[in-house]
Design a protein around this ligand. Structure first.
Ligand code: ATP
Length: 410
């Protein structure tokens, strides 16, 4: 239990006697895996996935499944939940193993296979030791096959964010293992990705080994997000949440492709803001502040991750905005400023056309807003550029880049 979530009183006046706002903040933690009765709005997906894994429960092979959906759509949660339930529901005499691999972390074939072997191996049953490092990939495969056959009739392997895996061999070898006579245990793979083209990009051999069914997770709508949050209301003390807090957090998250993680984040953050504020209740204004904060974080990530030329273009617009009463500037003016910046930083100067494309890209990402102005038949159409965020914040973020920093030394 975290200090924040303690609801018991404390005698020492140096410390507060329990949290005013949260009673169990853990329920709103990023990595928190909710219990079955807190999973909302995914009954259909749960039933469909269960159907694919059904064979395992009766001692036959489970099917492979590819799950697609945007971030925060509950793909990992549902996969873990259903495989866990399959394991618990196994018929007498049938033994099912489950393992979850985050391919963002274990992104090479060797890491994934050694991680699988280590997670699935119960040394007390198999008498096998799986070293963390030091073996060749093929040795790790051998250990994995041995440990599977020593323990299970079938195993359900979740490969989350599979598109981040460096190569596809692991998918091919796992899907072929039984057919190739390497193991008696059958393997069902649940591969998860938010890139819909993932399968098309696989080479033909991998695709033909990984025979699978597909499952699509739609983004949550505002009502579902509301329900997901309402189901965790007990993270807060009784009566602390004002009525409009959950609906507003849901509305914000629904705007962002229905991301449940985002909804829960806003809710937790709103509670933290209310606490910092010394408020007795979490109110609408706290949610708005939490949302603004999240926006800034997202924005910082966007700017930090932008290519150097894009940063120089944004810095040009920033300089004009900071040093003038206006907030919108014609592209030609921004370009002049951009040229000065490039000269100072000894960078290549892109053509006006490329420069315009960069600004368009930034507009697409929501960093800049571009407005067309019609200057009459003689003047033609001109583009005006405006920063969406506070120019001081943008400037500060761009100057975090070591190359750009020299500009501030002007
Ligand atoms: N249906 C739901 N009911 C309750 N909580 C949910 C639900 N869906 C998602 N969540 C919450 O949102 C968080 C994000 O969900 P999850 O990790 O499953 O999303 P994902 O689709 O796998 O996203 P990503 O692609 O980013 O990994 C989960 O930890 C869970 O707390």
């Amino acid at each position: 239990m975290t200090p924040d979530s303690s609801s018991s009183s404390v005698d020492d006046p140096l410390f507060d006697s329990g949290h005013r706002i949260f009673s169990n903040k853990d329920l709103l933690k990023i990595g928190h895996v909710p219990e079955a009765d807190r999973i909302v709005g995914r009954d259909e997906e749960i039933a469909k996935l269960a159907k694919r894994l059904n064979g395992a429960v009766h001692g036959y092979s489970p099917e492979n499944v590819m799950i697609y959906g945007k971030t925060g759509a509950g793909k990992s949660l549902v996969s873990r939940h259903v495989s866990q339930r399959a394991q618990n529901a196994a018929e007498a005499g049938v033994s099912i193993g489950t393992a979850y691999i985050d391919c963002a972390e274990d992104n090479t074939e060797t890491q994934a296979v050694s991680s699988l072997a280590a997670k699935l191996n119960d040394e007390s049953i198999t008498d096998i030791t799986v070293p963390h490092t030091g073996l060749s990939t093929s040795k790790y495969y051998k250990l994995l096959w041995k440990t599977l056959d020593a323990q299970f009739d079938s195993v359900i392997i979740i490969l989350d964010e599979i598109d981040l895996m460096n190569d596809d061999s692991v998918l091919m070898k796992l899907s072929r293992a039984e057919e190739a006579g390497k193991i008696d245990c059958s393997i069902g793979i649940i591969a998860i990705s938010n890139k819909i083209q993932y399968i098309d990009k696989l080479n033909e051999r991998v695709r033909s080994s990984f025979q699978h069914k597909e499952l699509f997770f739609k983004p949550y709508d505002a009502n579902q997000l509301r329900e997901i949050m309402a189901n965790r209301e007990d993270a807060f003390r009784d009566g602390v949440l004002s009525e409009d807090v959950i609906p507003l957090s849901a509305a914000f998250a629904a705007q962002e492709h229905g991301d449940a993680r985002k909804a829960i984040d806003i809710l937790r953050h709103a509670g933290e803001v209310a606490y910092e504020d010394g408020a007795a209740k979490v109110q609408e204004k706290h949610v708005r502040q939490a949302q603004q904060h999240a926006e800034k974080d997202r924005f910082r990530e966007l700017v930090n991750g932008a290519p150097t030329q894009a940063k120089a273009a944004l810095l040009a617009l920033t300089e004009l905005s900071v040093n003038s009463d206006d907030d919108a500037f014609l592209t030609s003016r921004v370009y002049d400023q951009y040229e000065r910046i490039c000269e100072h930083l000894e960078m290549d100067i892109l053509s006006v056309r490329r420069f315009r494309d960069i600004l368009k890209e930034q507009a697409f990402l929501g960093v800049v807003e571009i407005e067309k102005i019609n200057k009459g038949s003689a003047g033609g159409i001109h583009l005006q550029n405006r920063l969406i965020e506070d120019p001081h914040v943008v400037r500060e973020t761009i100057l975090e880049d070591s190359w750009m920093r020299d500009w501030a030394a002007e």
